[in-house]
Every structure is written in C-alpha cells, then in structure tokens.
Design a protein around this ligand. Sequence first.
Ligand code: NAD
Ligand code: UFG
Length: 338
Amino acid sequence: MSILITGGAGFIGSHTCVEMLSAGRDIVVIDNFSNASPKVYERVKTITGKDFPLIECDIRDEAKLDEVFAAHKIDAVIHFAGLKAVGESCRMPVEYYDNNVGGTVTLLKSMKKAGVKTIVFSSSATVYGSENPVPFREDMKTGGTTNPYGTTKYFIEIILQDLVKADPEWSVCLLRYFNPIGAHASGLIGEAPNGIPNNLMPYIAQVAVGKREKLSVFGNDYNTPDGTGVRDYIHVVDLAKGHLYACDRALSVKGCEIYNLGTGNGVSVLELITAFEQASGVKIPYVIAPRRPGDIDASYADVTKANTVLGWKAELNAFDACRDTWNWQKKNPNGYDD
Ligand code: NAD
Ligand code: UFG
C-alpha cells in the first residue's frame, strides 16, 4: 500500500514525506520541480533513513500519470502540487487555472482510470473570504476570494465535492491550511522561496540572515489588538502530521470531509517579529508600510473538528516555528542552492 504525494518536493510536501516515512508508510512522490529542488530527495532520505521513488512528473501530463499509477500500487493521493503565489496569480491567472484547476482535473481522470478514489487536498483558509467572523469554522460560507490563486482553491473544493455527489465511492478530504511556517528541526528541509518572499516568515528570516535590509509591516491600523494583521501560524511539522491523520481517515470513511488545520491562536505581525527576535537573538528592523491590497484583519481557525474527529492537534507554537525557521535559514541562507 503506497500513498502518492503530488508536489512532494515542495515545502509542505517534503515535511509530509518525512512524517509519512517516519510513521512507516510507503510513499511515491511526483513533482515537476517548478518550485522545488531535487536535492530534497537526499535530505528526506537522510532524515528518515528510508528510500522512496521520486518521479519527475507534471500533474497535467495524463499519460505520465497513468504510467505512475500502473507502476505502483497506490491506495490514496495527497495532492499538494500547485502554484501558490497570490500576486503572481493576479498577473498570470490563466497559468494558475491551468496548473491548479486543470492539473487537478487531469489527476482525477487518471485516478479514476486506476481505480484510486481517495484524495486529500491542500486547500487554504483563503476560501473563507473576507466576510466571515473569526475563528473560521468548516461549515461557514466559502467563496468571495480576492485573487485567482484563492479562486483555484475554491473551484477545486467544488469539483471534489461534485465528484463525491456523483460517485459515493470517492473519499475526499479537504484540508484548509492556515499559515504554515517553520522547518524540520534538523535544519535539512525548509521553505525556499524564489526571489523576494511574499510571505511574512520567509521575509523575516531573510532580514535576519542579512539578505534583506528591513521588513515592511503592511498596515498598523487593522481592527486587531496592536493594529497589525493577525494570522494563525502553524508549524509545518504539525501540519505535515495532520496529513497522516487525514489520510487514515479518508481511507476508512467515504464521502467528503473538511478540516481546518491551524493552531486556533491568532498572532499579530508585531508578535511574530518579537517571537523571532527572541528565538534567534537577532534584531529585525522594520518600518510601517501601507496595507497590502486584499489582506484581512484577522484569520484564525476553529480547530475543534480536527481535534475531535481526526484526533490531531498542533503541538508546537510560534516560538518553536521561529526557532526552527532560523535554524534552517542560517544553515541554508540560499535555500537548496547552498
Ligand atoms: P510549494 O510550492 O513549496 O509546493 C508545491 C509543489 O508542487 C512544488 O514542489 C512544485 O514544484 C510542485 N508543482 C507545482 N505545479 C506542479 C505540477 N503542475 N505538476 C507537478 N508538480 C507541481 O508550496 P507549499 O507551500 O508546499 O504548498 C503546498 C500546497 O499547499 C499548495 O497546493 C498550496 O497552494 C497549498 N497551501 C499552501 C499554503 C502556504 O502558505 N504555504 C497555504 C495554504 C495552502
Ligand atoms: N505581512 C507583512 N509584511 C510582509 C509580508 C506579510 O506585514 O512582508 C503581513 C500581511 O499583511 C499579513 C501577515 O503578514 O497580515 C501574513 O501575511 P502572509 O503573506 O505571510 O500570509 P497571508 O495570510 O497573506 O496568506 C497566506 C498564504 C496564502 C493563503 C493564506 C491563507 O500566502 O497562500 O495564507 O491560508 F491563502
């Protein structure tokens, strides 16, 4: 029994490979390396002491996917592969719909042919839009996404829900991630963004290591305790472990289930800066800058369902994630290019 992991060489995927292998699961990984390094393979093997197939494959390539399903006995798919930069998606919407939505449809066609009907999908808290009150609960209205990236997640959720309605033999688990940060404690794998980071944590880490001069804090007039944006930062190792629980659940229960994966705690931009300074001992210079279009005041999860139904709970906090990010960043200032 093997689990196929699409996009398994990426940030969350590589950490999930480690947790799956460490739990004794067999995995097959595919990635087109559009946002990942093949070096991840050796690092994951070093951490776990286990080998696994890593196949260069684009999820839009149906013939190649069919070959992968024919060559391996796959029971379920954990589907991470996708493009994820919000700003880029506004400039290149067609590429995002093609890669994320089109790629998922091609993957589903190939799964169907192979008789594999269990999928765990990487969705995002972004599907809650800007109208819902925090904390976000799985049964709240979704949609109202403000960029093509977020809309791809919303569309794919609907496609997967329609699939289950049409064929109750399918088992779909939609995981709505909040803000994944941190790195494996070994410092061997972590987040390696291309170019200037869009997200807060990698930007802070690059300021700390001297690659960027200062952080811009996007707005201090939000309706939050200190005026800066509040998010639910979840350690990537906790998030990766959540996939083990979700995959086991999907393999035993048919239908479509939705889970928030977050900590349930809101942390502001200024609080994350302070946590990073304490964890690293490095001062992070910052300036207050205008708001970033599309940002909301606060986003954090109600995690009751994941805690009670999946039996999964985040164990690490923002300080742990800052410590592990710093360990990764200082050992790999240029990511996998070092
Ligand atoms: P990532 O870019 O590190 O990983 C995605 C991986 O998919 C990369 O290795 C990339 O090379 C691969 N990929 C992209 N398109 C592909 C294709 N057509 N065929 C095969 N491989 C392809 O991103 P991540 O942070 O690890 O995110 C994983 C998933 O989680 C994504 O679907 C992302 O949208 C979702 N997600 C991420 C966040 C976040 O903040 N990191 C939040 C919510 C949801
Ligand atoms: N921020 C700054 N300065 C920066 C970067 C970010 O102040 O240089 C602030 C933002 O304004 C926001 C907070 O830090 O208040 C977090 O921003 P991120 O860009 O790190 O994360 P977002 O919450 O905007 O978005 C992330 C992912 C999306 C995903 C969303 C919900 O990037 O893909 O979480 O899951 F959809």
